[in-house]
Design a binder for this molecule. Structure first.
Ligand SMILES: N[C@@H](CCC(=O)N[C@@H](CS)C(=O)NCC(=O)O)C(=O)O
Length: 367
């Protein structure tokens, strides 16, 4: 009888850290706890006896309380070059329960750092192999954050332009979460952005080999994958829906009126003789009071749009209003919406706002 077909995955990552440091991150119990699970989860317990025949065990905890347990035995421990161990999910509910797979990791010295080559083999199906590939991509991002001196700036790259209000929203979220990142200046529809964003808008995020576009998706990812820092998506269903409601309103109505048809007409005039197109501006000015009044009512006596605390919704609104305030009609428009003005004054005192001012020098890899 033929042996059943087996599937495998392979991943290679260059890590800016010496081989010993990367190797030890795989074999030290305390270090393993810092990184060995996909983003958005935690290692609740780790145990390892890193010598041939020794056992290892990890318990992972998801945000929703789901617990996953995995373990196995070391087959080869050759510091700092090679590590081989078996891998088996535990627990009756795991679709992989009782199936032993094999992890082989080679650590090669390259360009002052480490080339990590990982092979995980013995999966019963292509789907199982692909699911584990997704998990490893995310887990290896955490390894890089852990061993590279740049921290999360080793994996998180934001592509955008500091003048873009949506880019600022995401930069504010990164700052609120205290996350180091690399900023890659990038124009809309440039080849760099089109490689990540099918519609060519900015910003986009790269997390290692994972990419995301749409600011709300990016902020949600940052919020759910990285702690501590404030929770940018409110905890209750209603507050979360209100947050989403205002993010959608920015995407569907407010950005178009206040930025595209108003602010950009002044900043990048396209009218006759290189002047702002007055008709477009006047059209936007007609629509803006009602939109600002809607925001004013939503803020009411609170400084926050949803859930009584800062949320992603506030981060979408603030960069737009900061531009409106600087335009010729801005002061008069905002004078009519006192709740909004008060709430914006509160938000503008936050470091995440001041440090992402487009006029400020960019802070490179710092949060
Ligand atoms: N819904 C998108 C909107 C992004 C967006 O429109 N960004 C502007 C810069 S603030 C842009 O790329 N504009 C170029 C264009 O409209 O072609 C998001 O949330 O990221």
């Amino acid at each position: 009888m033929n042996a059943p077909e087996r599937f495998e995955l392979q991943q290679t990552r260059f890590i800016r850290a010496p081989r010993e440091k990367v190797f030890d991150a795989f074999t030290d119990e305390a270090l393993l706890r810092q990184w060995h699970c996909p983003r958005g989860m935690n290692v609740a317990h780790s145990r390892c006896d890193a010598r041939a025949g020794g056992q290892w065990q990890l318990n992972m905890l998801a945000r929703d309380g789901t617990r996953l347990a995995v373990g196995g035995a070391y087959r080869e421990v050759k510091r700092p070059e090679r590590l081989v161990y078996t891998w088996a999910w535990q627990g009756e509910n795991s679709p992989m329960a009782g199936i032993e797979t094999l992890v082989e990791v080679d650590f090669l010295a390259r360009d002052g750092g480490t080339e990590l080559r990982l092979r995980h083999s013995g999966f019963p199906s292509a789907a199982a192999s692909e699911a584990h590939a997704v998990g490893w991509r995310s887990t290896l991002n955490r390894l890089l954050d852990q061993v590279d001196e740049r921290g999360s700036a080793a994996t998180l790259t934001l592509l955008g332009d500091v003048r873009s209000s949506y880019t600022r929203t995401v930069r504010m979220a990164l700052a609120e979460k205290g996350l180091a990142y690399t900023l890659q200046p990038c124009a809309p529809h440039s080849p760099e952005i089109l490689a990540l964003h099918p519609f060519g808008r900015i910003p986009a995020l790269r997390d290692g080999e994972t990419t995301l576009f749409e600011s709300s998706a990016i902020v949600r990812y940052l919020d759910e994958c990285f702690g501590p820092g404030p929770q940018l998506l409110p905890g209750t269903p209603l507050a979360r829906s209100l947050c989403e409601q205002w993010v959608s309103a920015v995407n569907a109505y407010l950005y178009d009126t206040m930025v595209r048809r108003y602010v950009l007409q002044y900043l990048f005039p396209r009218g006759a003789g290189g002047q702002p197109d007055r008709a477009v501006i006047d059209g936007a000015l007609k629509d803006m009071p009602a939109q600002l009044a809607a925001l004013d009512r939503a803020y009411g006596g609170s400084d926050w749009l949803a859930g009584g605390a800062l949320s992603m919704a506030d981060l979408f609104v603030a960069p737009i209003l900061a531009y409106v305030a600087r335009m010729p009609e801005g002061a008069a428009l905002l004078a009519a919406v006192p709740n909004l003005q008060r709430a914006q004054a509160t938000l503008r005192s936050r470091e995440s706002f001041t440090r992402t001012d487009p006029a400020q020098p960019t802070e490179g890899a710092k949060p």
